[in-house]
Write a protein that binds this ligand. Sequence first.
Ligand code: SME
Length: 169
Amino acid sequence: MTFTISDTSYSTDTPEAKQAMYADLRSQLQGLVHGESDWIANTANFSSLVFNTMPGLNWAGFYFLKTEDELVLGPFQGKPACIRIKRGRGVCGSTVEKGAPIVVADVHAFPGHIACDVNSRSELVVPVFGKDGAIIGVFDLDSPLPNRFDETDSEGIQSLVRILEQTLA
Ligand code: SME
């Protein structure tokens, strides 16, 4: 088994540059999860791949619905984070309610934003779906830069999450 996390520095200056980065990330992720169905291993490697490849992040990781109304912290990269988030609370809990990605250009302007890291200025949260199509959790990216994420990032991260979901038993 061979895989390497690319040491390439990626530009995020244009939608085309971002799309090229996500194409590379998809190919690296396919290599990382190939033949592996362990969910903790795959979500841990997913967090590491994204965090160590994408510029301008201070946190990247998962929260999973352990009960109908509460998310619990999963594999992540970055500083220790809040462990439990109620459905409907913060950006993560709101993404569960919405069932679709949320891009927050300025976390200070998002009512109810949960500040795990005071350095976070913008955020992207993407839902993760189970085999039956029901939401099982979210993947959350934080940046110390305002307005770090846009629709291209949302689509790019969703394309990665779709690959990850294929590994669910
Ligand atoms: N900011 C998130 C909480 C999780 S941390 O950013 C890691 C939210 O508002 O849901």
